[in-house]
Structure formats: C-alpha cells, structure tokens
Design a protein around this ligand. Structure first.
Ligand code: ZN
Ligand code: ZN
Ligand code: ZN
Length: 266
C-alpha cells in the first residue's frame, strides 16, 4: 500500500496531459469527489449542526456515488482488520500482565520463605523460568500492539479525505458507540462479557476512531477465566480474516449490518 496520497490538489502545476492521465488513473468519479472536497465538507458541517444523522446520510450518498479506489478499499480493509487485531492484542496484553504479576508475587513469596524451607530450589527455578517466558511474551506482545496501532493509523491517514472516513470518525467518535444493542447482541452470542453480569465491555474506555474500544475477543481475560482457560491465545498472524467482506459483497448481510452500526450510524 503506498504511503503518500495523490489528491486532486496535486493537479496544480501539472500540464494538461498529466492532468488527463491523473484523471484516468484515479477514476473520473473520484476526481469529482476530491475536486469538490471543500464543498462537501461545508455542506456536511452545516447539516451536522442541525441533524448529525442527516450528515451521515449525505456522506453515505457521496460514498455510493463516488466510491473508493482499489487502494482506498484496501486501506479500509486494513483499517478494519487492524482495528480487530488491536483489540485482540490489547486484551492479550491484559492477560499477560496479570500472569506476569502473579508469577512475580510467587517468586517474592518463595524468596521470602527460602530461609525456612530448604527444598525450594527446583520450585524457584520453575517459577523463574515461567516468569522469564511470560515477560518475554509480554514484551513481544507490546511490540505487536505498537505495530498494529501504527498500521491502523496509516490506514486512517490514507482514507481520511473520503466521505466514509468522515462517517467513521463521527460514528466512532461517540462515547460508547460500541454499545449499540446489535453489537452487544453479537458479543452475547459469542459468549462475551455482555452475556454476563461483569459487563466489562461497557467499562472499556476510548472514544476516537483510531483508538480501540470494543467487545470481547478470544483474548479477553474475563471470558477466559469464565471458560476456565489457563493459557493465553497464540499471537496474531497476518493475514487477518474478517468475518465480512471489504468491499461489501451484495449478499453479505452480516457485513452490511456491521457497516450500518460501525460506520454509518450517527
Ligand atoms: Zn467480563
Ligand atoms: Zn470478556
Ligand atoms: Zn461485549
């Protein structure tokens, strides 16, 4: 995925032939989309002040009319994939941190009682090795977290001039946007914390489109404890498979609903 974005503003200073070539490459519709970028923004802002839902409908109309380039669709797919990945990695981090501090506590206890009990040598070694392995896993997971956040941020930058990105910002900029009944229902069906009294999902902070907030993933510490799982899930590997297609397929009802509730909702 290219990092720089070529926009219509780059046309300044180009000769006519280059402008034509640029228009052909980008697609005529997207030239209109980007050429009148300021106009669309002004309309959206005015409409938003009175009716935020109407601003979303306007963005959706623009998106359906002008669409995205192949690279922009790829960036959007990368956004959704890495958003999910950040959730998993963050929740995996919670588990590893808790396990690390539990093992550290165990080590402290055994070292304090060493003077009383002589035969703790093997147990000490085991606890030390387990703590070392867990610290190492935590270190790698934190690096993975940073990498995923960076990929997410890159994808945001690549599409930020598009109507769908502005819709995403509005939808996900709201506090607790992820607590919509339909999204909670997905968590309940998957056996997440929304199905139990703990209600961990409603206590997760975050209210920006480029920082993670969401429901339980297979790495949720609380869910793992509830299910009696005692080992962390394996680290994530690329490519990340989404449960819906980007661009959305015509018969993908789940994907359509996901878009409705995570992008186009006010
Ligand atoms: Zn919970
Ligand atoms: Zn959970
Ligand atoms: Zn939930």
């Amino acid at each position: 995925m290219p990092v720089t974005i070529q926009r219509i503003t780059d046309l300044n200073g180009m000769d006519y032939e280059s402008q034509l070539e640029f228009a052909r490459t980008m697609g005529r519709r997207r030239v209109w989309r980007d050429c009148f970028h300021t106009l669309w923004l002004n309309i959206e802002t005015k409409v938003y002040r009175k009716k935020p839902a109407k601003a979303q409908r306007f963005r959706r109309a623009l998106h359906e009319k002008f669409g995205l380039s192949k690279e922009e669709w790829e960036a959007l797919r990368s956004y959704f994939a890495n958003y999910e990945a950040v959730g998993v990695v963050k929740q995996r981090n919670d588990w590893l941190e808790k396990e690390c501090s539990r093992l550290r506590g165990l080590l402290d206890t055994t070292s304090n009682s060493r003077s009383d009990v002589r035969a703790t040598g093997d147990a000490d070694e085991e606890a030390l090795a387990a703590h070392r392995a867990m610290s190492n896993a935590l270190y790698q997971n934190r690096n993975e977290c940073r990498r995923r956040v960076e990929l997410l941020w890159k994808a945001c930058c690549y599409i930020e001039h598009t109507p769908i990105a502005r819709a995403l910002k509005q939808c996900r900029g709201k506090a607790a946007w992820h607590m919509h009944p339909w999204l909670r229902q997905q968590c309940v069906q998957a056996g997440g914390c929304c199905a139990r009294r703990c209600q961990c999902c409603s206590r997760r902070p975050g209210s920006r489109w480029d920082t993670w907030v969401g429901h339980c993933t297979p790495a949720c510490t609380c869910c793992m404890k509830h299910d009696g799982v005692e080992v962390p899930i394996a680290p994530m590997e690329d490519p990340i498979q989404l449960r819906y297609s980007i661009p959305p397929a015509a018969d993908d009802l789940f994907g359509e609903r996901m878009m409705d509730f995570t992008v186009w909702r006010c």
